[in-house]
Design a protein around this ligand. Structure first.
Ligand code: BTN
Length: 331
C-alpha cells in the first residue's frame, strides 16, 4: 500500500475506534511521525472521498459522515487486522467478480486475494442463472486462491464457507440466519445471499479455487425485479435500517478468510458434522429436489459428512444427493 494510503488508513482506524470522541491532531501526527500539516492534508484527501469530519481547536477531529458506497480505505479500516488480510482488489464495475478472479489467477496474480465490486454487469448464479447485481446496495465478492486440497474434499467447501459466513452475520446482527443446501443464505423462507464456488482441477489436484458470494445488504423491497420480490430479502429489510456497506464487507472478508484457513487446517469432516445442523433450514422439511435423474420428493434429513443431502423419499427409500436444486414444498 502506498505510504499516503497507509497513513490515511491509520488515521481512519483511530477515528473509527474513537467513535463519537475526538482524536487529537497532535496524537495522530505523533503516531505517524509526520507533521500536523500533513495530517490535515490526509484529512482533506479523505474528505474528497466522501468522509466528513468535525475539527475543533484543542480537541481534534471526529468523523461525522462516512461514504455510503464501497470505499476501499473504509472497508480496510474496519478489518480487525488489515495487515493479515490478503490483497483486496476493489472495482467500480466488472462483468463478474468470479470471472475477474479467474483472470487474475490465470495471469499469476499473487493469491490468495479478494475481488470486490460495486456492481456486476454479468453476475452469475448457479446453474447458469443471472445474479441481480445493481450498484451500491449489495456486496459482490470473490476470493481467489491456489490451495492444496484433495479434490474429494471440495464438495464440503461451499457448505463449510456458508457456515462461517452465516455464523459471523448471525453473531453480528443477532439474526437467525440459516443455510439452504447447498449454497444459499436464508432467513425466514427468503434468500439473503448465494455462493458460487468454481475450481480448476488438473491431474487430480486442485489448481485454482474461486469462492464467490453475493449478499443482499441494502436492497429495498421496491428495488427488486418483480420475479424476486417474494423470494429475496436483504439485511436492511431484516434489521429495519440501512447497514454500513463497508463494515459488512469487512465482516464478510474476515468470515471468508477465517473459514478458508480453518478448511485447510482442520479436521473438516468431523467439524462439519457438528457445525452444519445449527444452520440447516431444510432438516425435517418436505422438499422437492431436481436431480440429473429427475425430480424426487421426500423429507430432508440432514447431511452426511461428505456434504450430501440425505432425503427420505415418499417412496420409503433413503437417497443422498451430492448436487441439485431443492425447493421447499408448501404444505
Ligand atoms: C447462487 O445463489 O446461484 C449463487 C450466486 C453467486 C453470486 C456471486 S456475486 C459475486 C460472484 N460473482 C458472480 O458472478 N457470482 C458470484
Amino acid at each position: 500500500m502506498p505510504h499516503n494510503e497507509s497513513s490515511s488508513l491509520i488515521i481512519l482506524q483511530a477515528l473509527l475506534k474513537a467513535d463519537s470522541d475526538f482524536v487529537s491532531g497532535n496524537d495522530l501526527a505523533e503516531k505517524l511521525g509526520v507533521s500536523r500539516v500533513s495530517i490535515w492534508g490526509r484529512m482533506e484527501q479523505l474528505r474528497s472521498q466522501g468522509f466528513e469530519f468535525e475539527a475543533v481547536t484543542r480537541k481534534g477531529y471526529r468523523i461525522t459522515k462516512k461514504p455510503e458506497s464501497l470505499n476501499p480505505l473504509l472497508a480496510q479500516a474496519y478489518l480487525t487486522n488489515p495487515e493479515e488480510c490478503p490483497d483486496l482488489v476493489f472495482l467500480t464495475t466488472i462483468d463478474s467478480t468470479n470471472d475477474h478472479a479467474t483472470r487474475l489467477l490465470a495471469n499469476d496474480y499473487e493469491a490468495p486475494f479478494f475481488v470486490i465490486s460495486n456492481q456486476q454487469t454479468l453476475g452469475r448464479g448457479r446453474m447458469g442463472r443471472k445474479w441481480h447485481s445493481p450498484p451500491s446496495s449489495n456486496l459482490y465478492l470473490s476470493f481467489g486462491s491456489r490451495p492444496y486440497v484433495r479434490p474429494d474434499r471440495m464438495q464440503l467447501f461451499t457448505l463449510w464457507m456458508g457456515v462461517y459466513v452465516a455464523r459471523h452475520l448471525r453473531d453480528w446482527l443477532d439474526l437467525d440466519i440459516g443455510l439452504k443446501w447447498p449454497n444459499d443464505l436464508f432467513y425466514n423462507g427468503k434468500k439473503l445471499g448465494g455462493m458460487l464456488t468454481e475450481a480448476r482441477v488438473d491431474a487430480d489436484s486442485l489448481r485454482e479455487l474461486i469462492f464467490g458470494i453475493g449478499l443482499n445488504v441494502n436492497q429495498t423491497k421496491e428495488d427488486w425485479p418483480k420475479e424476486l420480490t417474494d423470494s429475496a430479502t436483504s439485511l436492511r429489510e431484516l434489521t429495519g435500517g440501512e447497514l454500513d456497506l463497508n463494515k459488512t464487507a469487512a465482516l464478510l472478508i474476515e468470515a471468508i478468510y477465517k473459514g478458508y484457513q480453518a478448511f485447510l487446517e482442520g479436521n473438516i469432516r468431523t467439524n462439519f458434522e457438528s457445525m452444519w445442523p445449527e444452520f440447516d433450514i431444510l432438516k425435517g422439511q418436505t422438499i422437492e429436489a431436481e436431480t440429473r435423474d429427475g425430480t424426487i420428493e421426500g423429507v430432508a434429513s440432514g447431511l452426511d459428512n461428505r456434504g450430501s443431502l440425505i432425503v427420505k423419499t415418499t417412496k420409503g427409500t433413503v437417497t443422498t444427493l451430492n448436487s441439485g436444486d431443492v425447493h421447499l414444498k408448501r404444505k
